[in-house]
Design a protein around this ligand. Structure first.
Ligand SMILES: [Zn+2]
Length: 492
């Protein structure tokens, strides 16, 4: 069948210091069929899914519209979302008639003028294709789901895994259901139950792992087509910023409603045990002081650009310096100006360089040191969830036994290439610091002797009470005292 498919992904962080324009997308992934911009991204593996490969493998004719994916940052600036939306709607109108629509969206995208971009986009698409063409949606599990998304789409699934390694599996599940809808062999009924929880959960750890495995186990049995757990994106700060459960059954609304309620209550009951534990920066540095053989990987989660942080915080670096910790490799500190200065100085140069700590109060103070330029790479790349992403011109510098990669295109540390592209072997260091919360595990776990996730005072802090939330639907756990009433029931 002829399937229209697009990707529009942005995780919007209301506490981020980084503005969001079309440039943010162009720096990462932006293909616009109307202009031919970014043609090389057509068919690119994105979020580990190649849309053309996905469709042709299932015998369908793909019509690929916009492919856009930017690093998390502030809600999109005025007119930016509208330009992406109009591109998609124009692509769709040009592709008509189509038999199904597949949308890869984040689920936590906001703009200055539109608090729920996904719901807005799906509503517009529904208006164009009419009530009979099925719309399937794949979301990131860090989604803040609006009721309109559920109402206007036929199938909404979030990934189960974090790192998000199952997008292809979820896309195939959505396509399976879309094919059955078109052939008339299935009639999906969906229930969405919101849960008044803010949190951060990692299915790589118990007891969360077993809970997620239990959900996966139920899918495809007893008329249950799909189950999704929306973790929420806590820095979204919108009325939809909270957890939730989506259950899709085959033509049985009562079953969907009952199961979604049961899973929501189970998730709520275990919220404390399911919440990922973090180490403070101070504790992380104390552990680093005692390391004999490494590498100990410190995930500087609180300054993770993958959650909307600047990626130029010097908090951990200062802590390591003051504690006298040496044999350290850090990737990456985002500082395009310092990169240009070091490039001009050249490989082997010794110069006084001021870097990092520039973007805002969450970034700490700049570091001013005499450094050696170890390596320069004008075109380094890393593998980021299957996509080949440019780091921008980058350099490796060294001082006091600490090697640091400075880069020019802000992004989280997905893979060891962030080090090796600049001639640093991370396995040869006692301490390795990465700016990431969880995605680094996919490519770093094997080399790590030990991993700790460190929470400080940065943009992506887990100390939710430190944030000045303005748009949340209150009450919500853990900010408000229990018991409270929300979404038609009492939460205790
Ligand atoms: Zn995510």
């Amino acid at each position: 069948m002829k399937v229209f498919c697009i990707t529009m992904i942005h995780e919007s962080n209301r506490f981020s210091p980084i503005p969001t324009s079309l440039r943010n997308f162009a720096d990462n992934v932006l293909y616009r069929p109307s202009t031919g911009q970014g043609q090389h991204h057509l068919g690119q593996i994105l979020a580990e899914v190649d849309l053309i490969d996905l469709m042709t493998a299932r015998g369908h004719e793909p019509i690929v519209g916009l492919i856009a994916n930017a690093e998390p940052s502030m809600p999109l600036g005025t007119g930016v979302y509208e330009e992406l939306r109009e591109e998609i709607l124009g692509n769709l109108k040009a592709a008509l008639p189509v038999e199904a629509v597949l949308l890869f969206l984040h689920g936590a995208q906001m703009s200055i003028d539109t608090p729920d971009c996904e719901s807005d986009l799906i509503s517009h698409i529904r208006h164009i294709v009419g009530p009979d063409i099925p719309i399937g949606v794949v979301l990131d599990l860090h989604c803040n789901i609006g009721a309109t998304t559920i109402e206007k789409a036929d199938i909404v699934l979030a990934c189960h895994e974090y790192p998000h390694t199952d997008f292809r599996i979820r896309a195939d599940q959505v396509m399976n259901i879309l094919e059955q809808i078109v052939s008339g062999t299935c009639h999906p009924t969906t229930s969405y139950v919101p849960i008044p929880m803010l949190g951060f959960y990692v299915p790589t750890e118990e007891p969360m792992r077993s809970f997620v495995d239990g959900l996966i186990e139920m899918e495809g049995k007893y008329g249950i087509l799909a189950i999704s757990l929306a973790h929420c994106f806590a820095a979204g700060d919108s009325p939809d910023t909270h957890a939730g459960v989506i259950v899709v059954t085959d033509n049985n609304q009562d079953q969907a409603d009952q199961l979604a309620q049961e899973i929501a209550i189970e998730f709520w009951r275990h919220r404390e045990e399911f919440s990922s534990t973090m180490t403070t920066h101070q504790e992380a540095i104390q552990i680093a002081q005692g390391v004999e053989t490494g590498p100990l990987i410190i995930a500087e989660s609180t300054d993770n650009p993958g959650g909307g942080a600047a990626g130029d915080s010097t908090e951990i670096l200062y802590g390591l310096l003051e504690a006298g910790v040496r044999d350290v490799a850090i990737a990456m500190i985002w500082d395009p100006v310092a990169v240009q200065t070091a490039i001009k100085a050249g490989i082997g140069a010794r110069l006084r360089l001021t870097f990092g700590g520039k973007t805002g109060p969450c970034s700490g103070s700049p570091v001013d040191r005499k450094v050696t330029v170890l390596a320069i790479n004008e075109t380094p790349f890393q593998n980021a969830q299957g996509a080949r992403v440019s780091l921008g011109p980058s350099v490796a510098i060294e001082f006091s036994g600490i090697k640091i990669v400075l880069n020019s295109i802000r992004q989280q540390t997905f893979s060891p290439e962030c080090f090796t592209e600049l001639g640093i072997d991370p396995t040869a260091h006692k301490i390795v610091v990465v700016k990431s919360s969880q995605h680094f595990r996919e490519n770093f776990s094997e080399m790590a002797e030990h991993i700790i996730c460190a929470d400080g005072s940065g943009t992506v802090t887990r100390d939710f009470s430190s944030r000045n939330y303005k748009h949340l639907n209150r009450p919500i756990w853990p900010l408000d005292p229990l018991p409270f009433d929300a979404y038609g029931k009492t939460w205790t």
